[in-house]
Design a protein around this ligand. Structure first.
Ligand code: CUA
Length: 190
């Protein structure tokens, strides 16, 4: 059977496209380590966060010489801590975030970093990041629609020179329902 040259070219291009699609999906799943939901922090009872060892008093802990843990509760429509009182961390440190939700699905993204996860009630999202040595202010945004105040659900994180850092100044925020939407998303420079 005679196959026209153009037809051969198009069949070849179609097969290439299919191979390309499979390759990009495979890369996303395996190579880039993209996962749907980060639940490596384990499960939790969202109705009993106030009895949880860490989430009952969310905030910053020191867990190593230059390694900090931050426990954050997301709820409509605040991050505790983060909204109102910024999360304060020493610049140049390694930080493990443990984030959970007290109500519905939220998002947690430290703008300009690869700290980005869904926050699902019943699960603890665990994300570790190294912060640059340069002190900087970061915005935190909720990127999953979570209700009427979703667009206002935001917070701040700032890294300070290690010499100026103390754990006292960065404990749990006193949450009074006030939302602080003054997030500098752009951050000036990236
Ligand atoms: Cu929380 Cu959108």
């Amino acid at each position: 059977m005679e196959i026209h040259r153009f037809e051969k070219v198009w069949v070849g291009a179609s097969i290439l496209l299919i191979v390309g699609f499979i390759a990009t999906i495979t890369y996303g799943a395996v190579g880039a380590g993209v996962t749907m939901v980060n639940d490596s922090g384990g499960t939790i009872d969202p109705a009993a966060l106030n009895q949880h060892e860490e989430f009952s008093d969310p905030g910053v802990r020191q867990v190593g010489e230059n390694h900090y843990a931050v426990y954050i509760v997301a709820q409509q429509f605040i991050f505790n801590p983060g909204t109102g009182t910024p999360i304060e961390l020493p610049a140049g440190s390694t930080v493990t975030f443990y984030v959970t939700s007290a109500d519905v699905v939220h998002g947690f993204n430290v703008v300009g970093t690869n700290v980005n996860t869904m926050v699902i009630p019943g699960q603890v999202a665990k994300v570790t990041a190294e912060f640059p040595a340069e002190p900087k202010n970061y915005g935190i945004v909720c990127h999953e629609y979570c209700g009427s105040g979703h667009h206002e659900m935001a917070g701040n994180l700032r890294t300070v020179p290690p010499s100026e850092f103390s754990l006292d100044g960065s404990g749990s925020a006193d949450v009074d329902g006030e939302t602080d939407a003054s997030v500098d998303i752009d951050g000036g420079e990236h």
